[in-house]
Every structure is written in structure tokens, then in C-alpha cells.
Design a protein around this ligand. Structure first.
Ligand code: ATP
Length: 367
């Protein structure tokens, strides 16, 4: 049962952000942001440092007020409500547990404030700590827990009153890589099990891609793209998104026909998307889309390159390739380790690669 005061209820979106802008003096931190979040969805705000993601989260929590626009939660206009009148639980980057309270009392904090019966609180705290496998640590103090354990306590503390909305502000960034990867899954599983609508701020694209149902990519206070992790990766709307999510090769190209482009001396087939001949564009190719060939195979979009450098990245190798016909532009190609070994790739070797026409995206703008 939810104790929250705003229960999604209807079929409309659970959280509605409409034309939200925020100024700090002369500085515009947010510019005309609008989107909806559905009941039970996990949405990540993703973007580089300073793009406004924390400011937007703080506006949703009422820790900051927007300069323009409105915010509705569960159909209620919460734009000007103070945090205490809103229905959310929040977890910050620094664990922010009360150091002088033990784990059980930290989790019970919000429940005690609601003046619930002691026996009910005890039962609920035990249930919550069991959810994150920490029931046996109930009597410990925060300083006696690891960072990951503290963050799990912070998580169930935020969920204790069954809020309608869970807000996570870079909750994993203070943890080491292994703990972070483990907690990603734990948070995600818990969120799905409880069905609580969740918004998480992160600058880590891998974190957003593994956890979110939908990602909102932000840049300079604006919403750049909103979509599922697959959409954002496969159909980045701008060079900024293409570059920020995953790795991307960019090469300057010129449209040479309805289905061909030129880069230096090199002509490549690709759908030119209605761009007129002679238009200068930015061509983008994912490293994993470049196919290393094992013979003197010729054909469309097959080019000769020199392996300039090789990076070993665990299960795959990243080859740095140079093609004389393309001028100085370097291409990165990712190859599974087994394929690289089979083809005996090594620096200074000349090889042939194919750039599939459908893997080339064209953008008018630079990054
Ligand atoms: P990070 O990942 O580094 O936390 P962010 O995307 O969360 O970045 P915000 O914290 O939202 O960015 O800040 C957005 C911009 O607004 C930054 O340039 C920041 O300096 C500015 N800003 C944030 N809070 C204030 C404030 N209280 N007064 C003035 N400027 C602020």
C-alpha cells in the first residue's frame, strides 16, 4: 500500500514537466524543458557536468523553484509546493545518513515522523532492510558500514514511507566500479519489484543505459533527446548525443550524389537522406560497425587502412586505423578479441575494412 498522497491513479502521465526554465541571476540553467514520465517508469537524466540535470531534479523535489513552467505529479500541480508537501523519497550521492542513529533508526526516521505505531514501524524497517539484505546490520552505525551498504540503507530509507516518486541524485558515483555495477542491478530490481516511479541523475552513460526505461539526454540546460536506451544509441538525434553515448567516429564528408558521399579522395555509398549535392556534413560511424575483412576482398565501401595502434579492452580490441585516401582522419574499429587474434592484427599492418552504408549517419551540425 502506498502512503503517498498522490497516487498516479488515472491513465495520464504520473509526472508532467511543462516548459520548465530556471535562471540563477543572468545564468540560464534550464531552458524550456517539457516531458512526461509514466507511472512505474525509471527515467535517467543524463548529461555532462553542468548541463542542469541536478537543478531539474531539485525543481521536481521543491528544493529549488523553477523560474518558468509547471510540474504536475499524479495530476496535482506541485509547482509551488514546499518539499515537505510533495510525495518523494530522495537519495543523494553522499550517503547523508544520520551518523548518530543506527541503521534501523535511520530507516525508521520518516515513519516516526508520521507517528506510526512502534510495532508497525519495527516490522516495516525489518521488511525494508531485508529487501536489500541488510537486516542483520540493523544495530550498526553508518560508520561501521561500507559505502555500498550505506547507500542501500539510504535507498530503503527513501522508500520507507512508500513515496510515489523516488529521486536518485548520482547515488552510485561515490562507489568503486564493482560495487557500483552490483548496486545498479539491485536498485533496478527493487524499483521494478516495487513499481515506484523513479528519476535518477547520472553523468555515466553506461549506468543510464543499463538502468533506465527511458533516458533524457541534456546539454547546456536543454533537453537534447528523450528515448529508450536503444533509441538513443541507435538513432542519436545530434552529433552531441552520438558522441556522448558510446563511442563514435566523426569524419567530415561532402554529399556527392543521391546515395554517395566523399571523404578526401574516398567515395562511400550511403543514404544521403535528401541532403543536396556538395553539402558539407559530419559523417558518424560506430567503431563496432566497421567490419575487418580477412582477404583481399573488394567491393563497395571496402577501404584499405593501416593499423596505427591497438588497444586491448578486455573482450575486444580497439584498432586505430588510418586511410591515406581519407586524409589524416583516424577511425576507431572495435573487434572481438577472438576475431583480432584470428586475423593476427598488429600495428603497421595494412588491412581491408568495410564500412556498411547503413551504419553511416549524417549530421549537418558539428559536435
Ligand atoms: P553535475 O553533474 O556537475 O552535478 P549538473 O548537470 O547536475 O552537473 P547542475 O548542478 O544542475 O548541473 O548545474 C547547472 C548549472 O547551474 C551549473 O553551471 C551550475 O554552476 C549552475 N548552478 C546550479 N546551482 C546554482 C546556484 N544555486 N546558483 C548559481 N548557479 C547555479
Amino acid at each position: 500500500m502506498r502512503m503517498g498522497m498522490m497516487d498516479g491513479g488515472g491513465t495520464g502521465p504520473y509526472l508532467q514537466i511543462e516548459h520548465v526554465g530556471k535562471s540563477f541571476g543572468d545564468f540560464r540553467a534550464l531552458e524550456d524543458i517539457s516531458f512526461d514520465i509514466h507511472d512505474g517508469e525509471f527515467v535517467c537524466f543524463l548529461g555532462p557536468s553542468g548541463c542542469g540535470k541536478t537543478t531539474l531534479l531539485r525543481c521536481i523535489a521543491g528544493l529549488e523553484y523553477q523560474s518558468e513552467g509547471s510540474i504536475h505529479q499524479g495530476g496535482v500541480d506541485i509547482s509551488w509546493l514546499p518539499p515537505s508537501k510533495r510525495d518523494f523519497g530522495i537519495v543523494f550521492q553522499s550517503y547523508a545518513l544520520f551518523p548518530n542513529l543506527n541503521v534501523a533508526d535511520n530507516v525508521a526516521y520518516g515513519l516516526v515522523n508520521k507517528r506510526l505505531e512502534k510495532s508497525h514501524i519495527k516490522e516495516r524497517v525489518t521488511d525494508l532492510l531485508s529487501l536489500v539484505d541488510l537486516a542483520r546490520h540493523a544495530d550498526k552505525y553508518p560508520s561501521q558500514l561500507s559505502g555500498g551498504e550505506q547507500q542501500r540503507v539510504a535507498l530503503v530509507r527513501a522508500l520507507a514511507t512508500s513515496p510515489g516518486l523516488l529521486l536518485l541524485d548520482e547515488p552510485l558515483s561515490a562507489l568503486d566500479a564493482k560495487v557500483r555495477a552490483h548496486l545498479r542491478r539491485e536498485i533496478r530490481d527493487l524499483q521494478k519489484r516495487l513499481g515506484v516511479t523513479t528519476v535518477m541523475v547520472t553523468h555515466d552513460q553506461e549506468e543510464a543505459q543499463t538502468m533506465a526505461d527511458r533516458i533524457i539526454v541534456m546539454s547546456h540546460g536543454r533537453l537534447e533527446q528523450l528515448g529508450t536506451p536503444n533509441q538513443i544509441y541507435d538513432e542519436p538525434i545530434s552529433p552531441f548525443v552520438a558522441d556522448f553515448i558510446g563511442v563514435m567516429n566523426f569524419i567530415p564528408v561532402i554529399v556527392s550524389g543521391t546515395s554517395s558521399i566523399r571523404c578526401g579522395q574516398l567515395s562511400l555509398d550511403c543514404d544521403t537522406d535528401g541532403f543536396a549535392a556538395d553539402t558539407p556534413l559530419n559523417g558518424a560511424i560506430r567503431p563496432e560497425d566497421i567490419v575487418i575483412l580477412n582477404s583481399a576482398e573488394a567491393g563497395s565501401n571496402v577501404i584499405e587502412v593501416i593499423i596505427h595502434d591497438i588497444e586491448f579492452l578486455g573482450s575486444y580490441m580497439r584498432l586505430y586505423l588510418r586511410c591515406a585516401m581519407m586524409g589524416d582522419h583516424e577511425l576507431r574499429a572495435d573487434v572481438p578479441k577472438s576475431v583480432a587474434q584470428h586475423l593476427s592484427v598488429e600495428p603497421d599492418r595494412q588491412i581491408r575494412v568495410r564500412i556498411p552504408p547503413e551504419s553511416i549517419r549524417l549530421y549537418r551540425d558539428a559536435i
